[in-house]
Write a protein that binds this ligand. Structure first.
Ligand SMILES: [Zn+2]
Length: 480
């Protein structure tokens, strides 16, 4: 089988032999990664980012089976580290200076590219990659829309309808659907594919409900790597499937659900030495932290009271929560926002666990119109549980009807989003109605994907059925 051409050492090849890597890891990569460790979230065992020896054997899980979390020291560049500044000011100056750099259309060097990325702008807190190794579009720099009744100006009266629906005065929506492939997944993927490149891989794979595969396909193509994606057949929105195919990824549809696809891809990556880029991959979570850093920077480093987001595989809950904790520890912000993770009622294992004080880890057979969060056994459960506990957060569930009603409000405001993203607004509305979020709380909600990802679910199709004669009379009769 010609598939094993990755350069990564297979854990256990089909022939039972371990092949040496085709591309050795360069000394600057080894030195960059020497300060990075991987900590098991279950048993706290610690591993180096690259295992000793010359073979770049990637590790995705602890020997106990637990998922791994990246740990590294944060070193503020010398010119920004002065004793006479208040705590956190050096970091704020560094990131603010980078954000005022050259505009995107005048990129001339890799250094400018890194500063222009909404992920690599925060690189000291993400991954110490050599600059030439970074695979970036760039990504991030997504809009933070003011949509509350109070913080929304007259030229955005349509957007204010969202704040009215939520019942909030100060409300922002962070639209991660404005990333290069239309979802927040690009933030993790730029880091994951960069890591694959640093390790000498030439094939990467993931299982996905669609957004991750679209992002992987795009970044693999940019880096001239082979991309392989596993999708649950019949459960992926058309726009996402089209992206994987168009970007040239080998697209394998599994006659099962996401959880089946996830199980298979992990097995096949270990067997064939393909670099795995699911949210199991700890470096993708590091890239997704940049959503949190960018929100804080857009708010001039004022932390909101609440951060509300859709919850499926729980990578985003883990990543944004981790970013806020690190920002707090570095004195970038003065308090931790509370995190509210919103699940679809038909795919609510995290909600079920939360309701029993996380006494048991639940799993369900997932069923919801919000395909991006249609996940019954989330990989990042333990990381996300820690975030909810640390942030005094909450997990809520909303019905498909509530999701579609909220989506209609976001769509009609002119902003638009894919169905799973609307769980955010449905959840905010429910938490405000229940008195958990107060009307005057300062709230940021995350929209994870663009409207174009799914052109059918929750969009009135009957309007497209009207065809009239090309006469002014016919037009008048329709508009009157
Ligand atoms: Zn462990």
């Amino acid at each position: 089988m010609a598939i094993n051409t990755t350069g990564l050492q297979p854990g256990k090849g089909a022939d039972g032999e371990n092949n040496p890597p085709a591309i050795p890891i360069s000394s600057d990569v080894l030195s960059a990664l020497s300060a990075v460790s991987l900590r098991c979230v279950e048993c706290a065992a610690l591993y180096p980012a690259v295992e000793p020896g010359s073979s770049p054997l990637p590790r995705y899980r602890c020997i106990c089976g637990g998922v791994l979390d990246v740990e590294m020291p944060f070193n503020l560049p010398g010119s920004f580290a002065t004793d006479d500044l208040p705590p956190g000011a050096g970091w704020r100056h560094l990131f603010d200076e980078r954000a005022t750099g050259a505009p995107i259309w005048s990129i001339g060097t890799d250094k400018e590219l890194l500063n222009t990325s909404g992920v690599w702008r925060y690189r000291e807190l993400i991954l110490p990659a050599p600059e030439a190794a970074v695979v970036s579009r760039p990504e991030g720099n997504t809009s933070l829309y003011p949509v509350g009744r109070e913080n929304c100006g007259p030229a955005r009266a349509g957007h204010r309808q969202i704040g009215a629906y939520a019942g909030l005065e100060r409300f922002f929506l962070k639209h991660e659907g404005e990333n290069p492939t239309g979802s927040f997944k690009d933030r993790g993927m730029t880091v994951g594919v960069t890591m694959a490149r640093m390790l000498g891989a030439n094939a990467v794979a993931c299982a996905s409900t669609g957004n991750t595969s679209a992002s992987l396909a795009s970044y693999a193509a940019q880096a001239d790597m082979r991309g392989i994606v596993f999708l649950p057949a019949g459960h992926v929105a058309g726009g996402k499937l089209a992206q994987s195919l168009a970007y040239g990824a080998q697209t394998i549809q599994i006659a099962g659900d996401f959880d089946d696809a996830m199980h298979l891809v992990e097995q096949v990556c270990n067997e064939l030495g393909i670099y795995l880029l699911n949210s199991l991959n700890p470096f993708r979570v590091e890239g997704q932290k940049a959503i949190g850093f960018e929100i804080l920077q857009q708010l001039d480093w004022q932390a909101p009271d609440w951060l509300v987001l859709p919850a499926g595989n729980l990578g985003n809950t883990s990543a944004i929560g981790k970013a806020f904790r690190q920002a707090y520890e570095l004195s970038l912000i003065s308090h931790m926002p509370r995190i509210a993770s919103i699940q679809a009622a038909g795919a609510n294992p995290f909600y079920r666990s939360f309701k029993q004080g996380f006494a048991h880890r639940e799993s369900v057979h997932a069923d919801t119109v919000a395909t991006a969060i249609k996940i019954g056994n989330p990989v990042s459960y333990t990381r996300a549980r820690r975030v909810i506990e640390e942030s005094n957060g909450i997990v809520e569930e909303v019905s498909d009807a509530e999701i579609l009603a909220a989506k209609a409000v976001i769509d009609r405001s002119g902003i638009g989003c894919e169905p799973a993203s609307a769980a955010t607004l449905a959840g905010v509305r429910k938490l405000v109605a229940n008195g958990i979020i107060k009307h005057d709380d300062f709230v940021v909600g995350v929209l994870t994907g663009t409207l174009l990802k799914d052109s059918k679910t929750g969009i009135p199709q009957e309007a497209s059925g009207i065809v009239i004669e090309p006469t002014i009379e016919a037009v008048r009769s329709v508009l009157s």
